[in-house]
Design a protein around this ligand. Structure first.
Ligand code: NAD
Ligand code: ZN
Length: 347
């Protein structure tokens, strides 16, 4: 089969011909219909410091997809060939302390398909059956392909109260944009977004933000404080990983508010703990991955009842062969969620 692989510890990737994965008794083989590119894939392609420390080539990368089950292992009883599926690509161990305490999303021995083992930028992908998620027939195919990052957004937004509250989303990349739609669907009050990229500020408005602010122009902190009667927002959803956004975000958070941090800074970030957290009595939480499988259930309900309009995110659909163009486009910051079709055209 055709697979997009990282072959060497350097920038770039190669389209290779490799064998179709063989199945263990509890595995599922899916024929990939659509695979979507994540920011992490761009890091792997570009080969930054993080990739160099984590990725061991050769590796088929990609971890966001939907597809049709081709074959199942002998012991698999809940999934059948022909099922339309996506998957939780964080494979937890089941025996570490967090796993045993019902928190498999922070498993200490997690292996991520597409990062630590072969992923979905290929005609076929192998997944342990317990990680396969059958897609509700009411959910459109292109939405099924992005349930992994949408799950990050759903997990973050629903990690605390949201209805009737004023919300700030810092960073309107794909996940920040999805978080705006989810927060709206969950009944938030005024929604502010901060984003340095003009194109993405426009998208933030399309996704349902009340105001999309440019933090490099004027005093956004004062603006949001003024717009919230001096209090600040009730909830801050950090989706940029940028230190400036994190600092400003905490300054915009009201005393007693919730800060949910998903964005991953490149380097350690200094916080003014006294003023921004302690004296504020703020609740600060790290968000990693998706809760297994509570987030998947919530996301399915939101999607199948048509509560989320994610159309503004989709523009580009490409064959796997155009991977260089896809990654350049993504690097330019002008792309939406780019979908690959490893088994043929998007129709
Ligand atoms: P992205 O890089 O496309 O989006 C980040 C956005 O933040 C960009 O649009 C960028 O222009 C904007 N930004 C940069 N500096 C800013 C500033 N000072 N103020 C406001 N906005 C600023 O990433 P994404 O794919 O949308 O993911 C969002 C973040 O979440 C990334 O940091 C990613 O690494 C992280 N992530 C975390 C998890 C997790 O499990 N915790 C999972 C997936 C992604
Ligand atoms: Zn574990």
């Amino acid at each position: 089969m055709k697979a997009l692989r990282k072959m060497r510890p350097q920038r770039g990737a190669q389209l290779e011909s490799v064998g179709i994965p063989t199945l263990g008794p509890t595995d599922v083989l899916a024929r990939v219909r659509a695979a979507s590119i994540c920011g992490t894939d761009l890091h792997i392609y570009g080969w930054d410091r993080w990739s160099a420390s984590r990725i061991h080539p050769p590796l088929t990368f990609g971890h966001e997809f939907c597809g049709v089950v081709e074959k199942v292992g002998d012991e698999v009883t809940t999934i059948r060939s022909g099922d339309f599926v996506t998957a939780e690509m964080h494979v937890n161990c089941g025996h570490c302390r967090p796993c045993r305490m019902g928190q498999p999303h922070v498993c200490q021995n997690v292996k991520i398909l597409g990062i630590d083992a072969d992923g979905c930028f290929a005609e076929f992908v192998r997944i342990p059956a317990r990680n396969v998620w059958k897609v509700d027939p009411a959910i459109p195919e292109h939405y099924a392909a992005i349930m992994d990052p949408l799950g990050n957004a759903v997990h973050t937004v629903l990690a605390g109260e949201i209805a009737g509250l004023n919300v700030l989303v810092t960073g309107a990349g794909p996940i920040g944009l999805m978080a705006i739609a989810v927060a709206r669907a969950a009944g938030c009050a005024t929604l502010f977004a901060t984003e340095v990229n003009a194109h993405r500020r426009e998208l933030a408005m399309k996704m349902g933000a009340d105001e999309a602010l440019d933090p490099s122009q004027g005093d956004v902190v004062q603006h949001v404080l003024d717009a919230t009667d001096g209090a600040g927002v009730d909830v801050m959803l950090e989706m940029s990983g940028h230190p400036d956004a994190i600092h400003k975000g905490f300054q915009m958070l009201r005393p007693g508010g919730r800060a949910s941090l998903l964005g991953i800074p490149k380097d350690p970030v200094m916080l003014d703990l006294v003023n921004d957290v302690i004296f504020k009595g703020a609740t600060v939480q790290g968000i990693y991955g998706r809760r297994m499988f509570e987030t998947w259930v919530q996301m399915t309900e939101l999607l199948k009842h048509g509560r989320l309009n994610l159309e503004p995110l989709f523009k580009e659909r490409m064959p796997l062969e155009k991977f260089d163009d896809a990654f350049s486009l993504l690097e330019s910051g002008q792309a939406g969620k780019i979908l690959f079709y490893p088994n043929g055209s998007a129709k």
